[in-house]
Design a protein around this ligand. Structure first.
Ligand SMILES: Cc1cc2nc3c(=O)[nH]c(=O)nc-3n(C[C@H](O)[C@H](O)[C@H](O)COP(=O)(O)OP(=O)(O)OC[C@H]3O[C@@H](n4cnc5c(N)ncnc54)[C@H](O)[C@@H]3O)c2cc1C
Length: 347
């Protein structure tokens, strides 16, 4: 018989956020599909009173908790210790957790410590004849897989928005405290704060009117036989600053960093558009120094109006991929465009 444990990290005010309530909902649903398999909740956090009230009437067979001020910080060492202590008490065959950054970070380590296995990005769980099937997407949502595993415990990180939340009904549940591991908390790592890039350092802007795509041509030798990467960087960043456009890239350009070639420092694989990249939605798109090959342009299918600047009149954009192709030097065009935008901004 399967035994399900939902490991839920509690917010610092003692409550459970929606992803945790969805995980509890998934555990309940799976228990029902398994003909009433026992399911338990394991709460981890500095305090749990509000969470106990939110879980009222959810129907779990056991409610375990481990609380400590040390768990107010999302720290791998203490989070995984707490989750392991709960799992060793509950002895589940299935461990469900919400796919939050906090739980995602510890789940593989938890599976390793319990000699189990782990899967992430789970979007559905079903059971038939006692056999559990998990569903997840692969290859950037182009393939969906349904799969089973024999190894236990099986840890599963559940994507948010895919499962129903549990709703509180009645009095708060009674919680059973799990003792802190005898070794004590490992607090060698201290979380001193969060560092995030400044808002204007963010180049991917899904809400932007315009997608600006940079291709590998920006780093290639130009008419004078030399590459002009610093100038390319400046032209692109000035354009983004002046227009607040979102920055996309071809695969060739973002792959260059791996080949030790001159690169545009602000690009990462997250900027890549195309078959193995993203498929953003913007009203307009402008491709520069990009050849417009099918694996790239397939990522443009939701861009309504498409323009491209390329020196080559036979590039892929010329073959029905763009509404307008400017056969021109993108350095010269963008220099001029930036001048005009700057003048308009001043006026
Ligand atoms: C399985 C598979 C998956 C792939 N997935 C993706 C994907 O998701 N996304 C993706 O982008 N690619 C993908 N590719 C790669 C894709 O086929 C192309 O190789 C890639 O898009 C080419 O990038 P590029 O156009 O920037 O570079 P290049 O092909 O090197 O083109 C550079 C262009 O810049 C132009 N140029 C140079 N200087 C200037 C200038 N001064 N002014 C104007 N134009 C200039 C040149 O004329 C040339 O057309 C995939 C390939 C495969 C096989």
């Amino acid at each position: 018989m399967e035994k399900i444990l939902a490991i839920l990290f509690v917010e610092n005010d003692g409550s459970l956020a929606n992803p945790a309530l969805e995980t509890a909902g998934a555990a309940r649903q799976l228990s029902q599909a398994l003909g009433g398999a026992p399911w338990m909740v394991g709460l981890v956090g500095p305090s749990t009173e509000a969470a106990a009230a939110q879980l009222a009437g959810c129907g779990a067979t056991r409610f375990l908790q481990i609380t400590s001020p040390e768990l107010a910080q999302a720290r791998h060492a203490t989070d995984v210790m707490a989750a392991e202590a709960i799992a060793r008490t509950a002895e589940p065959t299935l461990i469900l957790a919400p796919a939050t950054s906090r739980a995602n970070r510890i789940l593989p380590a938890l599976a390793h410590r319990l000699k189990g296995c782990v899967d992430t990005h789970i979007t559905a769980l079903t059971a038939e004849g006692g056999q559990i099937t998990a569903t997840r997407w692969f290859y950037r949502q182009r393939m969906e897989a349904n799969f089973r595993r024999n190894r236990r415990p099986w840890c599963l990180a559940l994507e948010t928005g895919c499962f129903p939340t549990v709703q509180a009904q009645g009095a708060p549940v009674q919680l059973e405290s799990v003792p802190v591991p005898a070794s004590g908390w490992n607090t060698r790592t201290q979380v001193t704060g969060f560092a995030a890039p400044a808002a204007d350092a963010q180049t991917i802007r899904p809400d932007a009117e315009l997608l600006f795509v940079a291709g590998a041509g920006w780093t290639k030798k130009q008419a004078d036989g030399q590459p002009h990467v610093p100038e390319a960087e400046k032209l692109i960043l000035d354009f983004l600053r002046l227009t607040r456009a979102s920055l996309g890239s071809s695969k060739s350009l973002v792959d260059l960093s791996g080949e030790g070639q001159a690169v545009l420092s602000f690009l990462t694989h997250l900027n890549q558009i195309g078959q193995t990249g993203s498929t953003p939605r913007h009203p307009k798109g402008l491709a520069t120094c990009c050849h417009g090959e099918e694996p790239h342009t397939v990522g443009w299918r939701f861009i309504t109006e498409r323009r491209a600047i390329n020196l080559d009149p036979n590039c892929g954009w010329a073959r029905g991929k763009a509404d307008v192709l400017y056969v021109a030097d993108a350095f010269a065009v963008m220099r001029k465009v930036n001048e005009m935008l700057a003048a308009t901004a001043k006026a």
